[in-house]
Design a protein around this ligand. Structure first.
Ligand SMILES: [Zn+2]
Length: 327
């Protein structure tokens, strides 16, 4: 990395930290219902307005030792984490895509994605206003891109110009989630199995990523959510000291990964005995786990794990954003 890129990256880091700090305010004020510009930042506990140096991203948290200057109440580690994550994503996108109008658009996408993910994780809430702003960012940017293409005299096909791709992405994202919403509603016996906020998140992501990518994002979102749910479920089993089921699920995961690896590496070819033995072991362990799981679900009084889908969708969006060549 040359000096110029390094210097620029440092400035992008500072910009990212400031936006991360602003992000915390947006999330906090969305919950409290206050305006984002007024009043000035204050301690949520003792309500004392903060001094200017209490608002420096990351640094103030360290200077204050993670406590309010006035009442010494512990400040949530969520604030510095959000600032750091925003800054890192800003720098990574700058290094990957370079300074351009596209980068500014990506920063807006990163910002709104994080807002949605944080409110969803913290309180299982998705604010319609956030989704609307997010969707508008996608629509306006792609309308602009289409306009510039038209001005340059590029030949615009109806289906493949950026604005149409964006509008159709929004509709497709909403449609897929609406179908999923309906199916899970019926399967859950008329109970809400998911929040309608996920529909709006998918629409906003669709407007930003377009119809060619939104369905990949949703599928990947399901996979990520299944993975997160699995990890959380295993963690709970450990807490409950249910080592049989914990070990069983871990064994199935490892065996399944091994099966996938053996298959792609061609280890099963011309080796019927290996394939047969592997399949029998895998199915055997899977049946054992299913029996254990069934017994647990029937005998348990604890409520199921409810993992919000929004963060998984947002994460899938980041994967598509940073590794577009893979899809
Ligand atoms: Zn305080």
């Amino acid at each position: 990395m040359d000096t110029l890129t390094l210097t620029a990256s440092f400035f992008v880091l500072l910009i990212g930290l400031c936006f991360g700090s602003f992000l915390n305010v947006v999330v906090l004020r969305a919950f409290s219902g206050e305006s984002i510009s007024y009043p000035a930042s204050k301690c949520p506990k003792c309500q004392k307005p903060l001094y200017w140096w209490h608002n420096i991203p990351l640094l103030s948290y360290l200077l204050l030792g993670g406590k309010c200057y006035f009442c010494k109440t512990h400040i949530s580690w969520q604030y510095p984490i959000v600032e750091a994550v925003t800054a890192v994503l800003f720098v990574l996108s700058f290094l990957k895509f370079g300074m351009s109008a596209h980068l500014i658009f990506l920063w807006a996408v990163i910002f709104m994605s994080l807002v949605l993910a944080i409110t969803d994780i913290k309180e299982h809430v998705v604010f319609l206003m956030h989704c609307l702003i997010f969707a508008c960012i996608g629509l306006v940017y792609h309308a602009g891109a289409t306009g510039i293409m038209a001005l340059k005299g590029a030949e615009l096909t109806w289906l493949h110009n950026p604005f149409t791709v964006s509008v159709l992405g929004m509709l497709l994202g909403g449609l897929i989630m609406l179908i999923y919403f309906g199916v899970s509603y019926i399967l859950a016996g008329g109970r809400m199995a998911m929040g309608d906020g996920d529909i709006y998140i998918a629409m906003a992501l669709g407007a930003c990523f377009g119809w060619e990518k939104i369905w990949i994002i949703i599928i990947m979102g399901f996979i990520i959510q299944a993975f997160i749910t699995g990890v959380l479920f295993e963690y709970r089993l450990l807490e409950e000291k249910n080592y049989k089921l914990f070990g069983g699920i871990l064994a199935v995961a490892i065996l399944a990964a091994g099966y996938w690896y053996s298959n792609t590496a061609g280890l099963f070819e011309n080796n019927a005995i290996y394939l047969l033995a592997y399949t029998i072991v895998l199915i055997g362990v899977a049946i054992y786990v299913c029996r254990q799981l069934f017994g647990k679900v029937l005998g348990s009084k604890t409520e199921g794990l409810a993992v919000p889908f929004g963060p998984a969708l947002v994460l899938a969006g980041f994967v598509i954003m940073f590794f577009p060549a893979l899809f």
